[in-house]
Design a protein around this ligand. Structure first.
Ligand SMILES: Cc1cc2nc3c(=O)[nH]c(=O)nc-3n(C[C@H](O)[C@H](O)[C@H](O)COP(=O)(O)OP(=O)(O)OC[C@H]3O[C@@H](n4cnc5c(N)ncnc54)[C@H](O)[C@@H]3O)c2cc1C
Ligand SMILES: NC(=O)c1ccc[n+]([C@@H]2O[C@H](COP(=O)([O-])OP(=O)(O)OC[C@H]3O[C@@H](n4cnc5c(N)ncnc54)[C@H](OP(=O)(O)O)[C@@H]3O)[C@@H](O)[C@H]2O)c1
Length: 434
């Protein structure tokens, strides 16, 4: 049995410290976790936010490239009850978005516990409570051996995001490639790649924008498009394509909106097949709804492809050959100095949450939108609907309202049955936090 020691708030490094949280534990201090915390404030519910990094919104601060801007107009990216400043442009820059997040946390007085990586969480059926273990180390071997803290709570909000880990494909021979290989999450700018032949693997928004940035810095990017992709203009006749789609969907069925979008995209962008870019048979909105695949919103990469500054390789990679060659499935072979894997991201939930009823093996809620925000036994998920910042905001509002009403009921009951009845299960080891 686990032995706990807690001596006047000072933790013995060999032992576990155990903390009772009077309210939900929120895992992740990105937009989803912060949005939920801010909404909980409105209901007066105390909470603890646990964050593995040393800053708010670490994805935006540490794992995005310099030239990144929001790709939807700012009004679709706002958090609940906190508009963007009026002087922000229509598409705020990465830096402006980070400043906005920091003032949001300030405004709602949210102070996450930084450098606390959740490495396990499970529901203790005997206690009827969640047990959430953290460590300062993000590496799992160190996590098991290092000092740990255990949080005990009634509600657990999973806000670790759809981009918590990089998706890195196994490609034969890649290990022997002598040039630099990095994931798009570690790419900052094309400055260092000037004059280099760079293979960009993946043609989502990251792959397209990294290719554009490389080309702007006088590198020679080639982008691998192994299947098909919808590329839409970010704006049509000065109006955001996203906003136009939302407007049309008020009046028209989705399939018709898809058809109209594709006609407009053809008028603005021309025939992409000529550039080696095939469109999926499903329309862009249907594909997003059915498979969660986001269309690329073009902000200049297509122009560079047309001018030949970005080359398209319309085939998957067969394998890497020798120190710097790549053979593609269409039989062509090319040499490169560097490789950037813009191959997407994955959820890390299966690596730490010991639960299989609500989350699937890929770390997403099993119930499709709009039902995937609430599980049983006080478990919630925010930001897992592939609907970006606006999806995260609506999850946050729902979750806070739900916990808010439960908390009200439970605190009334707890006036009779005090917290000490829970605490007694753990004797002297449990401190309280909220
Ligand atoms: C390059 C890029 C650009 C994007 N641009 C847009 C855009 O313009 N508009 C849009 O709507 N969406 C965009 N997105 C989607 C993006 O995922 C969301 O905007 C937003 O960041 C999601 O917020 P989140 O809080 O759910 O996840 P995240 O921002 O990823 O935050 C999750 C937090 O959880 C922490 N965490 C993870 N695991 C643990 C753990 N075990 N213990 C403790 N903490 C943990 C992470 O460190 C992180 O801080 C973009 C994504 C990428 C990769
Ligand atoms: N604000 C912005 O401007 C901005 C910028 C970047 C990203 N984002 C958002 O961030 C999220 C992630 O985007 P992302 O572009 O990083 O990932 P993504 O949309 O998941 O795209 C991953 C790409 O990698 C390809 N791929 C994966 N494995 C491959 C392999 N072995 N060989 C060749 N290709 C491979 C995929 O091809 P298949 O389709 O064939 O699988 C796909 O084209 C999205 O929501 C996106 O909208 C937004």
């Amino acid at each position: 049995m686990q032995k706990f020691e807690f001596i006047q708030g000072v933790q013995n490094s060999a032992c576990h410290r155990c903390i009772w949280v009077n309210g939900p534990v929120i895992v992740g201090a990105g937009p989803s976790g912060l949005g939920t915390a801010a909404c909980l404030r409105e209901y007066g519910v105390p909470f603890v936010v646990l964050e593995r990094a040393d800053c708010l919104a670490s994805l935006w601060q540490n794992r995005t490239y310099d030239r990144l801007k929001l790709h939807l107009p700012k009004r679709f990216c706002e958090f609940p009850n906190f508009p963007f400043p009026d002087d922000y442009p229509e598409y705020p820059t990465r830096r402006q978005f980070i400043d906005y997040i920091e003032s949001y946390a300030d405004h709602f007085d949210i102070h996450p516990n930084f450098r606390e990586c959740v490495h396990s969480a499970h529901y203790d059926a005997t206690l009827g409570l969640w047990r959430v273990r953290t460590t300062a180390a993000t590496d799992s071997a160190a996590a098991r051996s290092g000092p740990q803290v255990e949080y005990i709570c009634r509600w657990l909000v999973v806000a670790t995001g759809e981009n918590a880990a990089c998706a890195v494909p196994e490609i034969e021979g890649l290990r022997d490639f002598q040039g630099q290989v990095l994931h798009a999450a570690d790419y900052k700018s094309g400055e260092k790649f000037s004059g280099k032949r760079v293979l960009v693997v993946g043609c989502g928004n990251s792959g397209m924008e990294v290719s554009l940035d490389l080309s702007n810095h006088n590198a020679h990017p080639s982008i691998v498009i192994r299947s098909s992709v919808h590329v839409l203009p970010r704006e049509i006749l000065g109006k955001s394509t996203f906003e136009l789609a939302i407007f049309l969907m008020k009046w028209l069925p989705l399939w018709l909106v898809d058809k109209l979008l594709l006609i407009l995209a053809w008028l603005v962008l021309g025939n992409l097949e000529k550039l080696g870019i095939k469109r999926p048979s499903m329309g862009p909105l249907e594909l997003k709804n059915m498979k969660g695949k986001t269309p690329v919103l073009d902000i200049g990469a297509l122009g560079k492809i047309r001018s030949g500054s970005i080359k398209v390789v319309p085939a998957g990679i067969k394998h890497f050959v020798g120190s710097n060659q790549v053979e593609f499935v269409n039989g062509s072979q090319l040499e490169f100095d560097s490789v950037i894997l813009a191959t997407g991201y994955k959820s890390n939930v299966p690596s730490w949450l010991q639960e299989s009823e609500f989350f699937n093996k890929n770390g997403y809620p099993k119930s499709p939108f709009p039902n995937g925000w609430k599980g049983s036994r006080g478990l919630y998920a925010v930001g897992f609907t592939k609907r970006g910042l606006s999806g995260a905001s609506s999850d946050a509002v729902r979750i806070a309202a739900d916990i808010g009403s439960l908390w009200k009921q439970e605190t009334k009951q707890q006036q009779k049955k005090t917290v000490s009845s829970y605490v007694s299960c753990h004797g002297r080891c449990i401190s309280q936090q909220f």
